[in-house]
Design a protein around this ligand. Sequence first.
Ligand code: DPX
Ligand code: MG
Length: 564
Amino acid sequence: MTYTVGHYLGERLAQIGLGHHFAVAGDYNLVLLDQLLEIEGLEQVYCCNELNCGFSAEGYARARGAGAAVVTFSVGALSALNAIGGAYAENLPVILISGAPNSNDHGSGHILHHTIGTPDYSYQLEIAKRLTCAAVSITAAEDAPVLIDHAIRTALREKKPAYIEIACNISAQPCPRPGPVGAILTDAPSDAATLRLAVDELASFIAARKKPMLLLGSRLRAAGCEDVAIRLADALGCAVATMAAAKSFFPEDHAGYIGTYWGDVSSSKAQQIYDWSDGVLCLAPVFNDYSTVGWTAWPKGDNVALLDSRHIAAGGKAFDGVHLRDVLEALIERLKDQPKKDATLVEYRRVHTTPAQPAPAAPDAPLVRAEMARQIQGLLTTNASVIAETGDSWFNVMQMKLPHGARVELEMQWGHIGWSVPATFGYAVGAPERRVIAMVGDGSFQLTAQEVAQMVRRNLPVIIFLINNRGYTIEVQIHDGPYNNIKNWDYAGLMNVFNAEDGHGKGFRATTGAEMEKAIAAALANTQGPTLIECVIDRDDCTSDLISWGRRVATANARPPVAR
Ligand code: DPX
Ligand code: MG
């Protein structure tokens, strides 16, 4: 059998640990898809459209460290690029692979279908360059190994998406076989001298403070530092808070964990401890308008040290080219024989009171948000992963208590409503051993609903809580108008449509606590397909955190232009 460009690409994807790639067929990628089908251990998984295909690969990357989506030129790729922007924002190495015009057509003056009707096809590559860390176009088989390796290596190092387009007549051309995967997995080491100075600076930052604490941000996973952050917390003995987008990136049953720090909408007493602390070590944070609650809670100044994946800023000094993992390992070593700096944790224990567990609602009372959240909390086992959509689902999940091992996935930087449905699909394909639970609002669901059909197709026992509050409630709280009302659907009824003649999906509508409980029991019994539980609640029944946060974000949005 001839070894081809497509084989090379597929083998590299398998080598970096992918067991699947997501695809939508089109004439520019059909031959490539044939080649990929021939790679052992790399399964092809189909999506309903390319936006969903990109988000499925993004969800898969959350479960497996990386993902890949294969689409056709322009009509497919331009939709997928939205999800690629999301992968960039969320620090996930998703490889977008697009079929492209025949190599003989490039520069020929020919006008081709699926293009904008001009003979220059470079626009897609140009757009991709802005949304990825590496974008390559393969129009000759000889160039394929170096270009493919460059794109994949850069994506894995940077934890950002990459783009590879392959001319449709090149994917089945002969190609050499790839060497060992180490060539694309190894990274440049930290600079030793900078590392020593950075750790010196951090050690003196800590030594000069009586009440330090740790604040963990959403880039912690991309930096590969979740485990070492636990050891740093142990070495310091101080209070540890997570930022909202980093929910579940630190074990919530850890003795030092004090909850979410999110300005005014923090977990109980976390803001008080943050304000009281005299030195906050921020690990891999992202400070944007959402995470700083409309710029009202933005950690900065002399008492803040910023530790990013390759950059440290503390004590008025900046250090580049050091891996966060190396910095933290060395810092832990320095702190080893020193007394614990546990003042923030001692103070937290002094002021903290354990909130009463919410009592179950009367079984036949109309379903309310609090009862819905209480029941979902009950499903959070150590192997649960909750994919929570933009909307009040963020605030609902933030209040949940996670047992050891439970994970939460959020898309707080990109915030594309509808992300959660395909991301849940991709995540469930990547992590079949986990109990995958989606929480998605009615408005969000309408963007990407059809991907539930792929969960049916692959018999994935995902549980989807669809929160039907008849509209864009988060937008209602920020700025209301008729545009926040949406057409109602028979969401539970959709499952019959998706099942058609061979599916095992189930759909339920819950208007009371008792109905929701019954639906959950049926969902847990359904091992052959997804279960969608439509939770019907009032339009204004949302968390108070959403209201407080929404007001602050709206104020930031409404700042008048500065006079010139
Ligand atoms: C919009 C948002 O129903 O959730 O809990 O009712 O708010 P809630 P829903 O899913 O509604 C979501 C809605 C319309 N955001 O409240 S958050 C603007 C928006 C976005 N992404 C895209 N388009 C519009 N975030 C792709
Ligand atoms: Mg809604």
